[in-house]
Design a binder for this molecule. Structure first.
Ligand SMILES: C[S@@+](CC[C@H](N)C(=O)[O-])C[C@H]1O[C@@H](n2cnc3c(N)ncnc32)[C@H](O)[C@@H]1O
Length: 255
């Protein structure tokens, strides 16, 4: 998302992301109940084929496969470590045979088939913004298919520092207006609660810091603790009161 996930420092991004998400595997500010409710609205066929662009550790696809035995899914991500974890989770829940994982750039991923549901949560930066993400999703959608996108929003006017840190977002009505003008109709949505936003950030910073404190002799411990400290300070001082997150279930308005 525009927050924690892509702001982990470059070289150790995978390592930091793994420890930061240890206690909150979904890399977005949503609780499990919200994920299940959104999936319920987004998966509108018992035999749906789902594609997750930027699937991370499979926090959307694995529950979808576990809850809906007729669903098949493809996940695309650049992170080898995240894909390994997604495969492990799918195996743990007995759904690995219905999940195909691709280590690819989601922006250039092409598939022979189309999908009834295309997800892209917290990954719009990889496409250059929300509307390019929707354009990519559209190329994968079967007729009548639905999109499920998760994007940062401003809860109030951001400071320049917040924009510089997190990127360009809009408030919820403007975000929805842009999506509608692009030819989509929202058929469901979820705006992360303050509790979900705080849970995500406390968990990200706290799990990472705990790992560093538990492994003082690890060569990455110092950098991890520093990353957790910097992130916590930026969150509390710069963006806790302005950053929000919205997930939208979308259908093409026409065609
Ligand atoms: C904020 S995380 C969200 C993961 C997942 N959607 C979730 O909600 O838990 C963003 C994910 O996008 C992946 N990613 C970033 N750029 C990508 C790209 N160009 N192609 C594929 N995956 C990408 C990252 O590796 C990371 O797993």
């Amino acid at each position: 998302m525009g927050g924690a996930c892509q702001r982990a420092p470059g070289a150790n991004r995978d390592l930091i992301s793994r420890h930061a998400h240890a206690d909150h595997p979904i890399a977005a500010p949503l609780g499990d109940t919200s994920v299940h409710r959104l999936l319920q609205r987004a998966l509108h066929r018992a035999d749906a084929r789902a594609l997750d662009l930027g699937c991370g550790t499979g926090e959307w696809l694995v529950p979808a496969l576990a809850d809906y035995p007729g669903v098949r899914a493809d996940g695309v991500d650049l992170s080898a470590g995240a894909l390994v974890r997604a495969g492990e989770r799918a195996t743990e829940l007995g759904v690995r045979d219905r999940l195909t994982l691709h280590r690819k750039d989601a922006a250039v991923f092409r598939a022979a088939d189309t999908y009834d549901l295309v997800l892209g949560v917290g990954v719009t930066h990889a496409f250059g913004g929300l509307l390019p993400t929707l354009a990519a999703a559209r190329t994968h959608l079967a007729p009548g298919g639905q999109g499920l996108v998760g994007e940062g929003i401003w809860e109030c006017e951001p400071s320049q520092e917040a924009v510089k840190m997190l990127g360009e977002f809009a408030d919820l009505p403007t975000t929805v207006d842009r999506v509608v003008a692009d030819g989509w109709t929202p058929v469901h949505g979820h705006v992360s609660t303050r509790q979900e936003l705080d849970d995500y950030e406390w968990s990200w910073t706290g799990s990472l810091a705990s790992w560093a404190l538990d492994h003082p002799d690890d060569p990455d411990a110092e950098e991890a603790l520093e990353a957790a400290t910097v992130h916590r300070e930026e969150w509390l001082r710069v963006h806790r009161d302005v950053f929000g997150f919205a997930c939208l279930v979308l259908r093409r308005t026409a065609g």
